[in-house]
Design a protein around this ligand. Structure first.
Ligand SMILES: C[S@@+](CC[C@H](N)C(=O)[O-])C[C@H]1O[C@@H](n2cnc3c(N)ncnc32)[C@H](O)[C@@H]1O
Ligand SMILES: [Zn+2]
Ligand SMILES: [Zn+2]
Length: 785
């Protein structure tokens, strides 16, 4: 008998702690710490294999709870006394054996108590399922999140790792067959599930209290609330006003008046569902937080439980819009759980909520963050985290992981900047002399010197700053290029003549999702649009995001580069074009330091049409081969088989290429039997390295170049690079997913039953009548005029 074994010593030390533990008085922290000690003891006795199998115990218990809740078994076990299995089975109308087997796992894990053979009684652990509203949240997680979570291995083997970081391709969206929609957009499709979600949300109050975290009622005394136009608080995406109601009540009860407006913002549909008199004194404003914040200069912007629903990319956009609206003394309060940064030490107990919540978020496309991660997204939005303020207001009951994050007012921790003066010979010069020297330097150099440290800034700003603002285009551009060398996350935009920030790449997205209708389009966006119009810039492409991706790539930050490159892909299925279906897809890839893009347009034409071409459409290959209409395929001597020749048709022309820019293309046909005949117009583009400001590879696609210059490259090399093959080999339908083919094969009709109208364009006439402008020889288009 080992009376001084580790186990015995640990139990003795635990006993000491237990003697000091007052169950009545103890707060959550102390209780969790004690549990951590008990767990440590248990660990000494645990067998690793048994511990592994406790995973199965966990899920069996969850499944049994969920099934028994649905059968209302919890409600039919009497609160006092007990009930026999047989009687219970009759009441809930379920097979006796099934009931006893489901109950078995719950009595074994002490959720229910078995008082005699097959006789059950409640415990405090079973009663909680009836008495606590949190049950709604539990079942929501089990029904909505867990099924997708269990399929993570399958999800990961069918998606690359960036898929999970995009809320539109989350495991939840995939599991529900809704890829392309974010979590909230999915829910909007299912009113009952949405309703259940909203109810479950209101039950999560205890996990993140509103009051006691920030001095809402004493703040008005320390700020200037005299401007009646200035809102006091804006609850951004505040749901049904659950937080604002508590905050305004607390302020009112403290006797403070005349503080200014309280504004509740959310989607229109959410606000409309709030009864008219439910929120006295609160102004409702419907918003989309991906567009500019309409209420400017409020004293407080409040964001509770929003950040964790989104990945960094979206979170930064939301924060940036608020930052844009903030006055220098506005505050942004973020109420979220915070993932502890340091690994657990000693017997510090852990509250598991934030960990399983993060797992839920992983599935639905959001993210719980550590303080460091919050700092990074705030930083990216131009906001600064203030320390110290919330700690003092956090009661232990809320446990340490809860934080409010305040911004844009004075930082509590001074930011340490290197003092350039100390490391430079300039240090020794008197200021007068520095001024004489700088008078002889180009303005852009003085500008960047003045930003190198505070003393230089103070010395030089009055003299040079006004002129830096008014300088001509080229001086400003040289200044920006000097700055950008030390700014890894910025690029110089030659069109806007400004710096653009990689973490706000969303602002340059070509997709309508993030477009800001109220703002004028930037110069670079306009240039892309005109390039798109003439066919040189593929759909969904942004030259600015391209340049950002290439910079990240050159810096070795491949994950940023890849996620930026992902922004360049595009897919659109058009079924509205009378009679035929069109699919439009773009994909991009960095290969050997250059960006390559493949853009493909696929048109499915009804099998009844002799010529397998849509009657309408422009397929612009590049600014030199505009292909503005179908008939132009004949003009460019591109071979088009008749419908009955397509089966087994071989494209003898192969890959064609432009002699004036880095673009190759191929026109292919494929028969889908009765579903129709498809024409594939595939093009590959080499955009180059995106480094030089005046790079011909890119410029040649934007239009506006009057002189065409011949470029030399080996036929097929661009296709081979994109497809990552040694030779250009490409099967036109290899890009189509099952979904693409399904959508292409349905929805293609002509004419309507009973309609006798002819196909709008008689292409067989065009075939004969059209003069050919070019002949194709070895992939080259040789003009005949
Ligand atoms: C998790 S709830 C948080 C609600 C509230 N702040 C709270 O703490 O209880 C997220 C809220 O974001 C809103 N929301 C989702 N997408 C939005 C968008 N694009 N613009 C504005 N609100 C949005 C939803 O309607 C929902 O009320
Ligand atoms: Zn720009
Ligand atoms: Zn061209």
């Amino acid at each position: 008998m080992a009376t001084d074994s580790k186990l015995v010593r640990d139990i003795e030390s635990l006993l000491e702690v237990a003697k000091g533990y007052d169950a009545e008085q103890a707060d959550k922290r102390t209780r969790l710490d004690l549990i951590a000690r008990l767990d440590a003891l248990r660990e000494e006795l645990d067998d690793p294999v048994e511990k592994m199998f406790s995973q199965i115990t966990n899920y069996s218990q969850t499944a049994a709870v969920n099934a028994l809740l649905q059968l209302k078994v919890f409600h039919h076990v009497p609160r006092e006394g007990s009930i026999a299995a047989k009687e219970l089975a009759q009441i809930v109308n379920v097979d006796l054996e099934v009931l006893t087997r489901l109950m078995r796992i719950l009595t074994a894990t002490n959720i229910f108590r078995s008082v005699a053979e097959d006789t059950y009684a409640h415990t405090k652990f079973s009663l909680v399922y009836i008495d606590d509203v949190a049950t709604d949240f539990l079942t929501l997680c089990v029904d909505e999140v867990a099924p997708a979570a269990y399929r993570l291995p399958e999800y990961m083997s069918t998606h690359d790792s960036s898929g999970i970081l995009n809320p539109r391709t989350s495991p939840f969206a995939w599991h529900n067959d809704r890829e392309g929609k974010n979590f909230y957009e999915c829910l909007l499709e299912w009113p009952e599930r949405l309703n259940r979600f909203n109810i479950a949300m209101t039950t999560q109050e205890a996990a993140l209290p509103v009051l006691g975290m920030f001095p809402f009622s004493t703040l008005p005394a320390s700020i200037d609330t005299s401007d009646p136009e200035r809102a006091f608080i804006v609850d951004v995406a505040g749901g049904r006003g659950q937080s604002l109601l508590q905050i305004t009540r607390e302020i009112e009860e403290s006797g403070v008046t005349g503080i200014g407006k309280a504004v509740l913002q959310d989607r229109e549909r959410v606000l409309d569902a709030i009864p008219a008199d439910a929120l006295p004194g609160v102004e409702k404003v419907s918003i989309d937080f991906f567009t500019p914040q309409p209420i400017k200069n409020a004293h407080i912007y409040y964001l509770r439980r929003i950040m964790h629903n989104w990945q960094d990319r979206e979170a930064i956009v939301i924060l940036s819009h608020i930052a844009d609206a903030m006055a220098p003394d506005s505050r942004l309060l973020i109420g979220e759980m915070v993932v502890p940064e340091v690994p657990k030490t000693g017997y510090a107990g852990l509250d598991m909520t934030v960990y399983w919540m993060d797992m839920c978020m992983l599935v639905i496309g959001g993210k719980e963050r550590s303080e460091k991660e919050f700092k990074a997204i705030l930083d990216a939005a131009g906001l600064r985290l203030l320390y110290g303020i919330m700690e003092m207001d956090i009661s232990i009951r809320i446990f340490e992981s809860l934080k409010l994050i305040l911004s844009k007012t004075k930082p509590a921790v001074p930011i340490v900047r290197p003092n350039a003066l100390e490391s430079s010979p300039f240090y020794k010069l008197p200021p007068e002399l520095i001024c004489i020297i700088t008078d002889n330097l180009p303005l852009e150099s003085v500008g960047s010197l003045s930003l190198s440290c505070r003393p230089f800034y103070s010395l030089l700003k009055t003299k040079y700053q006004p002129s830096v603002k008014e300088v001509e285009y080229l001086v400003m551009q040289r200044f920006l290029y000097l700055l950008v060398r030390d700014l890894p996350a910025h690029i110089v935009c030659p069109k806007c003549n400004k710096l653009h920030y990689m973490l706000l790449a969303d602002r340059h997205l070509a997709s309508p999702l993030y477009s800001r209708p109220s703002k004028r389009l930037s110069e670079c966006r306009l240039a892309d649009l005109s390039g798109h119009y003439i066919g040189g810039i593929p759909a969904g492409f942004s030259s600015t995001i391209f340049r950002m991706a290439m910079k990240a790539h050159r810096q070795g930050d491949y994950s940023t580069a890849n996620s930026l490159v992902d922004h360049l892909s595009y897919r659109k299925m058009d079924k509205l074009m009378l009679g035929f279906v069109g699919l439009h897809k773009t994909e991009a890839r960095i290969y050997h330091g250059s960006l390559y893009v493949r853009e493909q347009k696929v048109y499915m034409v009804p099998a009844s049409q002799k010529i397998p071409l849509p009657w309408y459409g422009g397929f612009g290959i590049c600014s030199h081969i505009p292909l503005t209409g179908i008939s132009q395929l004949y003009w460019y001597d591109i071979h088009i088989p008749k419908a009955d020749e397509i089966d087994g048709y071989e494209n003898k022309q192969g890959i064609l290429y432009c002699q004036y820019c880095h673009t190759e293309f191929s026109v292919d046909f494929k028969s889908y039997g009765k579903a129709g005949n498809a024409v594939f117009i595939t093009q590959w583009i080499d955009f180059g390295k995106g480094q030089e400001e005046d790079d011909y590879k890119r410029r040649s696609r934007l239009g506006g170049i009057t002189r065409w210059k011949k470029v030399a490259y080996q036929r097929g090399s661009i296709c081979a690079a994109f497809e990552m093959k040694e030779y250009a080999e490409f099967k036109c339908d290899s890009t189509l997913t099952e979904q693409d083919e399904k959508e292409l094969c349905t929805g293609c009709y002509w004419p309507w039953p009973g309609d006798t109208s002819p196909w709008p364009h008689d292409l067989s006439v065009l075939d004969k009548a059209d003069k050919r402008g070019y002949v194709v020889r070895n992939g080259r288009l040789i003009p005949q005029f």
